[in-house]
Design a protein around this ligand. Structure first.
Ligand code: PLP
Length: 435
C-alpha cells in the first residue's frame, strides 16, 4: 500500500517536473490568503494517525489511549505556538465554525444567564407576583443584547451576528473603519461604554491585509467590561499571535491558511467567558464542540503551525520585501493602480489594489489565462459578483471596489516572478482596453 502510494507520487512528481520544464510559463499561485498547499512534512506527520493510530481518543483501550496521547500532544504544541494554554484550545472544522462558536456561543450563554435569573426571580417571588407575566427576553436592545463588530469582519463573524439579530433580536453595531481599514477606536470606545455582550475585531483583514490595532481594541473593550473575540484566521501562522498576551477572550484560527488541510481550525477560549456549544453531542472538547476529535487533523494543525511559526520574523521580513517590490512593479506597470489597505502595517505576503477602467473579475480571468492565479478579494464573495465589503466600508465606490485584485503568497517571490506578474497585468489591462 505504502509502496504503491510512493510510486504514484513519484510518477506525479516526474510528470509535474516535465510540465514545468516544458512550459516556462508555469502557473504562479498568488492566492495563499484563500488556501495553500499542505507540505509533505505535515502529511507525513498526520498519516500514521489515519493508518495505524486510528483509535477513537475517547476509547479506553490501548489504541484509544495512543490516539488520546497524540491529541494531547498536538493540543499542547498548537497552544504554545499561539501563546495559549492547552486547555484554551477547542478544535473545530475551521475558521468559520470557530467564529460561529465564539459569536453565537457567547450570546447564547448570555441568554441562558437571563433565563436562569428570571427563573430564580420567579421561584423567589410570592404566588401573586409569580402570576405576573415574565418578559420573554431582556429589553430588545438592552446593553446585554448588543454585539459590536468592525465593519470589515469576515462573513463568518458578520453573518453569525446577523443570525443573532434574526433569531434573538440582538442589535448588531458596526464600528466604522478609516480609508485604510483600521477600526475607529473612538467609535469602538463610545459603543463599548454603552454596553455589549461581545465585540468582534479581526487581527488582519483578508481583503486588504491591514493589521488591526487589536491590543488597543481589547483594552478599550475590557475597560468597558465587554469581552472580545478576535478573528485571527489571516494572522495565525503568518504573523506572531500571542493569545494570552493579547488578553482576548476568544480567538479563531484556520489551518488551511498556514499549511494544514482544509476543514481544520480552532477557537482559543479563556475560561472567564461563558460559551454555549452550538454543536451538541458527546461532550468532547470541554463540552464546547461535540464530535469524535479529528486526531490526524489536530496533528496536521500542530505541525503546520509549528513549521509556519519557526523563524516567522525573519521569513516575514523577506516576504515583506518581496511584497513591496511587487507593489512597486505593479504601480509602475499599470498607471492608476492603487494599493488598498495600510501600506506598511499590513500582512507581509499580501498586496491588494484597485485598477482603473476595469472589472476585477474580468482582469482575474484574463490573468488566469496567462498563468497568474489571484483573487478579486474575499473567496466567499466570488461567484456572487459582489463588491468586496471591506473596500465599501473603507469608502470606495462600488465600481472601484469591483475593480479590486488581491495577490497573496507565503513564500518570497523571485524577482523574475515579480516582473512576469507586472508584465501580465499590463498585457491583461491592454487586452481589456483598460489602458
Ligand atoms: N475569517 C477570515 C478573516 C477569513 O479570511 C476566513 C477565510 O478566508 C475565515 C474567517 C473562514 O475560515 P475557514 O475558511 O477556515 O472557514
Amino acid at each position: 500500500m505504502t509502496g504503491q502510494h510512493a510510486t504514484s507520487q513519484d510518477t506525479q512528481t516526474q510528470e509535474s517536473q516535465a510540465v514545468q520544464s516544458d512550459s516556462p510559463e508555469r502557473e504562479l499561485y498568488l492566492d495563499a490568503a484563500a488556501s495553500d498547499a499542505v507540505p509533505a512534512s505535515v502529511i507525513e506527520a498526520m498519516t500514521p494517525f489515519l493508518t495505524e493510530g486510528y483509535g477513537n481518543p475517547s476509547s479506553v483501550h490501548a489504541s484509544g489511549k495512543t490516539a488520546a496521547r497524540a491529541l494531547d500532544a498536538a493540543r499542547a504544541s498548537f497552544a504554545t505556538d499561539l501563546g495559549a494554554h492547552a486547555g484554551d484550545v477547542i478544535f473545530t472544522s475551521g475558521g468559520t465554525e470557530a467564529d460561529n462558536l465564539a459569536v453565537k456561543g457567547i450570546a447564547l450563554a448570555q441568554i441562558r444567564r437571563e433565563r436562569e435569573t428570571r427563573a430564580a426571580a420567579a421561584s423567589a417571588s410570592t404566588p401573586t407576583r409569580a402570576s405576573t407575566p415574565i418578559p420573554a427576553s431582556a429589553s430588545q436592545h438592552s446593553p446585554a443584547h448588543r454585539i459590536l463588530i468592525s465593519a470589515v469582519e469576515h462573513p463568518a463573524v458578520a453573518q453569525s451576528a446577523q443570525w443573532l439579530h434574526d433569531f434573538f433580536d440582538f442589535e448588531v453595531v458596526r464600528i466604522p473603519v478609516d480609508a485604510q481599514a483600521h477600526i475607529d477606536l473612538d467609535a469602538l470606545s463610545r459603543e463599548a461604554r454603552r454596553g455589549a455582550t461581545l465585540a468582534c475585531i479581526m487581527m488582519a483583514n483578508n481583503e486588504v491585509g491591514t493589521i488591526e490595532p487589536v491590543s488597543r481594541a481589547v483594552r478599550i473593550c475590557h475597560d468597558a467590561a465587554v469581552p472580545v473575540h478576535v478573528d485571527a484566521v489571516q494572522a495565525a501562522g503568518t504573523i506572531p499571535v500571542d493569545f494570552r498576551g493579547l488578553d482576548a477572550d476568544t480567538l479563531a484560527v484556520s489551518g488551511h491558511k498556514f499549511g494544514a488541510p482544509k476543514g481544520l481550525g480552532a477557537l482559543l477560549t479563556r475560561s472567564r467567558v461563558a460559551i454555549e456549544p452550538i454543536v451538541s453531542g458527546g461532550g468532547q472538547e470541554r463540552g464546547l464542540r461535540s464530535g469524535t476529535p479529528n486526531v490526524a487533523g489536530a496533528i496536521a494543525l500542530a505541525v503546520a503551525l509549528h513549521e509556519a511559526c519557526a523563524g516567522i520574523e525573519e521569513r516575514d521580513a523577506h516576504l515583506a520585501a518581496s511584497r513591496d517590490a511587487l507593489i512597486k512593479a505593479i504601480c509602475e506597470a499599470v498607471p492608476g493602480a492603487t494599493l488598498t489597505g495600510d501600506p506598511v502595517n499590513r500582512l507581509p505576503g499580501h498586496a491588494s489594489f484597485t485598477f482603473p477602467n476595469v472589472n476585477g473579475e474580468a482582469l482575474l480571468v484574463d490573468l488566469d489565462a496567462r498563468g497568474i492565479e489571484v483573487s478579486s478579494g474575499s473567496a466567499c464573495a466570488i461567484g456572487r459578483h459582489e463588491a468586496p465589503g471591506t473596500l465599501l466600508a473603507m469608502g470606495l465606490s462600488e465600481t472601484e471596489a469591483k475593480s479590486a485584485l488581491r495577490f497573496s503568497f507565503r513564500e518570497p517571490l523571485h524577482h523574475t516572478d515579480i516582473r512576469r506578474i507586472a508584465q501580465a497585468l499590463r498585457a491583461s489591462m491592454t487586452a481589456l482596453h483598460a489602458m
